[in-house]
Design a protein around this ligand. Structure first.
Ligand SMILES: Cc1ncc(COP(=O)(O)O)c(C=O)c1O
Length: 390
């Protein structure tokens, strides 16, 4: 098998910023105001408009955004948050740093998202919230999770780090939950370099997170400058989690390219699904439910290990030898030393998450990827799987 057209490696992820982004950043650098200011405000409004929601607060990461939401709703010491073990570690870190205890429910074997049926047994008098994660950008089963939470009067906080363009039943993720937190990390569909956005229909929750995000100061630097009043107070212990205007400028520029980038991601994902659908040694990422939209942040395929003589890690090595970089999203948190020890959980308790952790392979996916490159990746997969089947 020869390497891809130009003999270069096809990366798992690649980032090309738009011309508009470079202009926005340059004018911010010339503006004399780099920290939280007019660009952050503009970006918060633009994201609110994109998601068709009212209240947003920009922060410097999704992880700290989640932590602040949990702090603001009282999900702290002595309380529990029900979530999935099959996620990026930031989800669990946020719960632990807020002082609460994560309680895990297994995932659905098909979607890799939290299985709604596994949630009720995890709920007790200590439960402060349920936190689904939209894995790969595919919105969780909000219909069923919302009714479980509503019946018990429990807040829902979505880790929507990967699902900025995701829709469940035609509506963006925040419209289903009490709070949703998006990530604008470098690899995300919409990036600021680093950053996040907390979104909620509850204005008082957004006001509380805004206050927490800047040390709990009742008046920030720009407010004091504008009002010509130097005095401020601090009523709560806060965080240092505000977004800078430079990061917001990147986000403003990139947001203008998001719809077009989403169209490209969807086309690429559809090509993967079409090319791979007849390979019984591999399961392609599930398509979203009817009337829902996948954000296609990641394309996660799953190997049918019993049909193969190689494991996932060897498969990834063989792909790299052909010039295709793959990744793993995710090793479940109980496979990571600190969390295994700190949480005392065994893989046997979560068979679907444990199985996914051994089988998942993320394939290259980014707007600049060409359809011919997807075809090449799929040819490599086919050759490797056929050579190494039982
Ligand atoms: C599911 C999930 N949760 C949380 C995070 C944390 O996001 P951030 O890097 O913005 O803190 C990420 C980012 O990779 C993620 O994918």
């Amino acid at each position: 098998m020869k390497k891809s057209n130009d003999n270069k490696t096809i990366p798992l992820f690649d980032l090309k910023l738009s011309a508009r982004t470079k202009k926005e950043v340059a004018s911010t650098l010339d503006s004399g105001w780099l920290t939280t200011g007019p660009r952050v405000k503009k970006f918060e409004q633009a994201v609110a408009e994109y998601l068709k929601v009212k209240h947003t607060v920009a922060v410097n990461s999704a992880t700290i955004g989640l932590q602040m939401v949990l702090t603001a709703i009282g999900a702290g010491p002595g309380r529990e948050v029900v979530t999935t073990p099959f996620t990026f570690v930031g989800t669990i870190e946020a719960i632990l740093l807020a002082g609460a205890r994560p309680v895990f429910a297994d995932i659905d074997a098909q979607t890799l998202n939290l299985d709604p049926e596994k949630i009720p047994p995890c709920i007790n008098k200590h439960t402060a919230a349920v936190m689904p994660v939209d894995i790969a950008g595919n919105p969780a089963d909000y219909g069923r999770i919302v009714s479980i939470c509503n019946e018990r009067d429990l807040p829902m906080v979505a880790d929507a780090a990967q699902s900025i363009a995701g829709l469940h039943k035609g509506r963006s993720v925040p419209s289903h939950v009490d709070a949703a937190v998006f990530s604008f990390y470098s690899t995300k569909n919409l990036t600021c370099g680093e950053g996040g956005m907390v979104v909620s229909r509850h204005k008082e929750l957004i006001d509380a997170v805004r206050l927490l995000s800047l040390h709990g100061l009742t008046s920030g630097t720009l407010d004091r400058k504008k009002s010509k009043k130097w005095r401020y107070d601090v009523k709560h212990l806060g965080f240092k989690a505000n977004m800078s205007d430079i990061h917001a400028a990147v986000g403003i520029g990139e947001l203008t390219a998001l719809d077009e980038n989403q169209r490209k991601r969807t086309k690429l994902a559809e090509r993967y699904i079409k090319n791979l659908s007849d390979l019984s040694e591999l399961v392609a990422m599930p398509v979203p439910e009817q009337n829902s939209t996948h954000s296609w942040h990641l394309f996660i395929a799953r190997l049918q290990l019993p049909a193969l003589t190689i494991d996932r890690d060897r498969f990834i090595e063989l792909m790299l030898e052909q010039g295709v970089e793959c990744g793993v999203h995710y090793l479940p948190v109980f496979e990571l030393s600190y969390y295994r020890q700190a949480l005392g959980i065994e893989p046997g308790q979560f068979p679907n998450a444990a199985s996914a952790g051994r089988r998942v392979v993320s394939l290259p996916l980014y707007p600049g990827l060409k359809l011919t490159e997807v075809d090449y990746v799929c040819d490599c997969i086919r050759t490797i799987l056929l050579k190494n089947r039982k």
